[in-house]
Write a protein that binds this ligand. Structure first.
Ligand code: SAH
Ligand code: SF4
Length: 352
């Protein structure tokens, strides 16, 4: 069997995984051991499964793989220790993930697609266009690679799907990945960020174990939202707000509203008032993200001055909306997801 013909066991939902293993593994407790090596310890070679007989490890390796994507670049750590990782996938696609230590908690930001068809005009991933869905092994691989490299205790880990791509357009693989993550991490420590794919939000609402929901609103009215997020013509703002109203609320949890602040475009006092009005009656907190500039993005798009950011935040607070600003370096490089790959693509275009 060639390498590409072997099934990656991390791509299978647990039931299918157990069935696939059942074909060559007995007795049943061996299957349990293998699943534990994978989902609890996140090993990426069968040889690491040290309590299995050697012959079984060889038989597994002949039939299956448990490989992760390969790290091909790490940025030097920022002042707060955060680092961005560039991964190469088996078919040559490149994706990013971000490691963000934050005191007693550590967040890892994962990509869900090798590009994005949504095409938001302020986003580098959107600029480079659509890319295929990542498989569960490619998503969980980003997570375990970074968690292992920094030996982060699982109880400190948070996971956010805020990297490249639109996770709710890769729903099935996302759910398989979530179920694997939940072996180590509680659903309330996992956040899925969406541009507002309404059917996907409804599907998420129906999951027995729901992650936190983050929704990128980015503008206080329909006209501007459609201008910078073309997909929202299909999923209009009012319908999106209605879908958030019917999203089941859980104790101690609120929906995060992401709002990219673009200087002179959506960062005025009045915009903050309009946003507060839009969110009225919803249990949410706003995460204001100062725009991250990039040479591939329209030159008129600028990060607001600190004073404007403060004023916007103050207005929200005075209108009863909880808000945090992504100011730390780690948060910033996460908001810039797609940029490292972007540079890479630009480089290879230039040298072609
Ligand atoms: N597709 C999903 C998740 C990935 S994008 C979504 O759109 O929510 C994650 C976040 O990064 C989104 O809130 C998006 O609005 C933000 N973002 C994208 N490009 C940015 C940029 N150049 N500066 C700041 N934030 C950006
Ligand atoms: Fe896709 Fe999110 Fe970027 Fe929009 S902001 S293009 S949805 S990754």
């Amino acid at each position: 069997m060639t390498k590409s013909e072997r099934v990656n066991l991390y791509d299978l939902p647990q039931k299918q995984l157990e069935e696939a293993l059942g074909a060559i593994v007995s007795p049943p407790f061996r299957i349990k051991q293998i699943v534990e090596w994978m989902h609890v310890h996140g090993v990426d070679t069968f040889d690491a499964m040290t309590n299995l007989p050697k012959e079984l490890r060889a038989a597994l390796a002949a039939r299956f793989t448990i490989a992760f994507p390969q790290v091909i670049e790490r940025t030097t750590p920022a002042a707060d220790g955060s680092r961005k990782y560039l991964f190469q996938l088996a078919d040559g696609n490149r994706i990013e993930a971000v490691y963000m230590p934050m005191g007693d908690r550590t967040s890892v930001c994962l990509s869900s697609q090798a590009g994005c068809a949504v095409g938001c005009t302020f986003c580098v991933t959107g600029f480079f266009g659509a890319g295929r869905n990542l498989t569960p092994s490619e998503m969980i691989g980003q997570f375990f690679t970074i968690q292992h490299e920094h030996a982060v205790p699982m109880e400190m880990m948070n996971v956010v799907f805020m990297g490249m791509g639109e996770p709710l357009l890769n729903f099935e693989h996302l759910v398989t990945t979530l179920d694997m993550l939940y072996r180590n991490i509680a659903p309330k420590r996992v956040t899925v960020s969406t541009a507002g794919i309404i059917p996907g939000i409804d599907d998420l609402a129906n999951l027995p174990r729901r992650p936190n929901l983050a929704v990128s609103i980015n503008a206080p009215d329909r006209r501007r939202r459609e201008e910078i997020m073309p997909i929202t013509k299909k999923y209009p703002l009012d319908d999106l707000i209605a879908s958030l109203k019917r999203y089941p609320s859980e104790k101690g949890r609120e929906i995060t509203i992401e709002y990219v602040l673009l200087s002179g475009y959506n960062d005025s006092h009045l915009d903050a008032v309009a946003l507060a009005r839009l969110l009225h009656g919803l249990r949410v907190k706003v995460n204001a993200i100062p725009f991250n500039e990039d040479p591939n993005l329209p030159p008129w798009m600028k990060r607001p001055k600190e004073g404007s950011i403060d004023r916007f935040v103050d207005t929200l607070v005075r209108n009863g909306v909880a808000v945090t600003v992504r100011r730390s370096k780690g948060r910033e490089i996460a908001a810039a997801c797609g940029q490292l790959r972007g540079k890479d693509v630009a480089k290879s275009r230039a040298t072609r």
